[in-house]
Write a protein that binds this ligand. Structure first.
Ligand SMILES: NC(=O)c1ccc[n+]([C@@H]2O[C@H](COP(=O)([O-])OP(=O)(O)OC[C@H]3O[C@@H](n4cnc5c(N)ncnc54)[C@H](O)[C@@H]3O)[C@@H](O)[C@H]2O)c1
Length: 253
């Protein structure tokens, strides 16, 4: 099994470290924005790439994106001809043309696009219940700084609307909303709210699901590691990768 990784930040590094230490799959390449600035992974040879076309030409078995939504938009439809693809920046799929290109590439090749649960829990349950789900509302509370707002002291509701629109407004911060929409009732019917709270160190996600015969409240909060990602997500990313790679025996999905 040959794996390519896009992005050498918090999630990309955790995935790279797991694959290097476990040896369960070979890391064929790590695609970074600027190879000259990358010293952490100096294994010599052709591990580090900064050219997306060169990366795609390597035709790995699994490509894992942990960089930016734009990498999903430009690379997933091409990669899916030969590779499975796991995208952490799944706000990219809120763009209808990108989602359609991904679905058509999967249909043509028989490959899969994996949506990891990332920072939240219970996507499996939402997926299973979606035929009976009537409404899903996700509220994310973060500091203005973490949301990339011009005024880091912003306070209160800074977005309320559809998940499709919030993905365009905060593509780096609402991957959880995109993942819940993809698992459940879609980008247009899922409602999103974003609240800025000055000085908040946690990323807090509150998901309210109402269905015919059930109501769920799902709360997940984790401390920011400094960037957009909370403390739990690198662990969750490695867990999703293990499940993708270990599809044999008893598999908890
Ligand atoms: N689904 C979820 O629940 C979830 C949770 C946390 C983070 N995320 C998303 O996952 C992605 C990665 O998160 P992270 O915390 O590791 O981010 P990060 O900022 O720590 O790392 C991203 C890395 O990608 C690199 N990069 C940017 N453009 C690139 C390009 N064109 N080619 C190659 N590399 C490029 C950056 O230089 C950086 O090293 C982000 O988009 C983030 O929003 C999703």
């Amino acid at each position: 099994m040959r794996v390519g990784i896009i992005g050498a930040g918090t999630i990309g590094k955790a995935i790279f470290a797991y694959l290097q230490s476990s040896g369960v799959a070979e890391v064929d390449y790590l695609l970074v924005s600027d190879a000259k600035k990358t010293r952490d992974f100096d294994r010599g040879g052709s591990l580090i790439l900064d050219d997306a076309d060169e990366a795609l030409a390597r035709r790995v078995d699994l490509l894992i994106e942990a960089a930016m939504a734009d990498n999903v938009r430009t690379m997933a439809p091409i990669a899916l001809k030969d590779s499975d693809f796991c995208g952490f920046s799944c706000t990219a799929l809120a763009d209808a043309a990108t989602e359609a290109a991904i679905l058509s590439a999967c249909a043509a090749s028989g490959r899969s696009f994996f949506v990891p649960h990332g920072a939240v829990l219970a996507l499996d349950g939402i997926r299973d219940g979606r035929d009976l789900i009537e409404s899903v509302t996700i509220t994310t509370t973060k500091s203005g700084k973490s949301l990339g707002l011009p005024d880091e002291h912003s306070e209160g509701v800074v977005f309320e609307g559809s998940t499709r629109d919030v993905c365009a407004r905060f593509p780096r911060n609402v991957n959880v909303h995109a993942a819940v929409a993809l698992a459940g009732i879609g980008f247009d019917r899922t409602r999103s709210r974003v609240i800025a709270q000055p000085g908040l160190k946690e990323n807090i996600h509150h998901i309210e699901v109402r269905g015919r015969g059930f109501n769920w409240s799902i709360d997940a909060s984790s401390y920011s590691l400094g960037g957009v990602t909370g403390a739990y997500t690198p662990l969750s990313a490695v867990g999703s990768l293990k499940r993708i790679l270990d599809r044999k025996g008893i598999v908890v999905v």
